[in-house]
Design a protein around this ligand. Structure first.
Ligand SMILES: [Mn+2]
Length: 285
């Protein structure tokens, strides 16, 4: 059983990169990794989760979980995926359209799983089985490094409630250290870790949340799509809508953030080039 909250030392040898929601957009990731000359022997690639659904190569993205340099937290899409496939994982019972979680996954871009059903054998394909086991081991939070090097990787938000109270609205490092010791989150905290948009979504948030929360290290996240990276209460949202760029010529795309150099690389299905943008993260002085 893999631990839900995991700690890693800072990377002394190479670089740490973080990618926004992949949603099956494997070829965009490949392009970005090539551009930065990603070194599989010393660099690390963190993902804010949502590897699957909506884009063209969901299973290929899940296969990244087998790589020793790849670290992804569970997104709400992996959570929905696991809820549907848990009976299969435990008892080899294939999901059926009558299952409680079935339409949830299908309505959210999960039709790709049907390609891997082997009806004759009443089983999923071997490659799917392998990926499913890896998803079941994904953690919810990565705590990386210490002191002013420290950062977190989560899917959505570490919010204390669903409200928009400007004060005391997010957890801080000390709380997260306690989560680590307990290796557990209350159900509602876990739910908001997957689903919350309190900080990133609302226009309300634009005027009431400063970019930094005292006591909370930089917390990379995804889940809420916008055309730009946003920072609120130390949460840095990297979801710039990779899959949205398949059908729209707008400025959506996949972002790969380089922690050490404070810059990001971005590309989309509408362009063959990679753009590099300097983007320092605001910190408490
Ligand atoms: Mn997402």
């Amino acid at each position: 059983m893999a631990l839900p909250i995991q700690k890693l030392p800072s990377n002394q040898l190479g670089k740490d990169y973080i990618i926004g929601d992949l949603h099956g957009c494997f070829s965009l990731l490949e392009r970005l990794m090539k551009e930065v000359n990603f070194n599989k022997n010393q660099d690390r690639l963190f993902s804010v989760g949502d590897l699957i659904d909506r884009g063209p190569e969901s299973l290929r993205c899940l296969q990244l979980l087998a790589e020793p340099w790849f670290y992804a937290v569970k997104g709400n899409h992996e959570d929905m995926f696991l809820e549907l496939f848990m009976p299969y994982l435990l008892n080899n019972k294939l999901p059926s359209p009558n299952d409680f979680y079935y339409s949830g996954l299908m309505d959210n871009g999960g039709e790709w799983v049907k390609d891997y059903i082997n009806e004759a054998q009443q089983a999923m394909s071997t490659e799917f089985d392998k990926a499913l086991e890896l998803v079941a081991k994904m953690p919810l939070i990565y705590i990386v490094g210490e002191g002013d090097q420290r950062f977190h990787v989560i899917h959505a938000e570490l919010t204390k409630s669903r409200t928009h109270e400007a004060d005391n609205v997010v957890f801080v490092d000390a709380d997260i250290d306690e989560f680590f010791i307990n290796q557990a989150l209350f159900f509602d905290i876990e739910d908001r870790l997957y689903w919350s948009r309190s900080l990133m979504k609302s226009s309300v948030a634009d005027f009431c949340y400063p970019s930094v929360k005292k006591g909370l290290s930089t917390t990379f996240c995804g889940h809420t799509i916008a055309k730009i990276i946003r920072q609120k209460l130390s949460h840095v949202c990297l979801d710039t809508g990779a899959f949205m760029s398949i059908n729209t010529a707008n400025d959506y795309g996949l972002v790969l953030y380089d922690v050490k150099e404070s810059q990001y690389f971005t590309t989309s299905y509408q362009q063959n080039t990679v753009r590099k943008v300097r983007h320092p993260i605001a910190k408490i002085p």
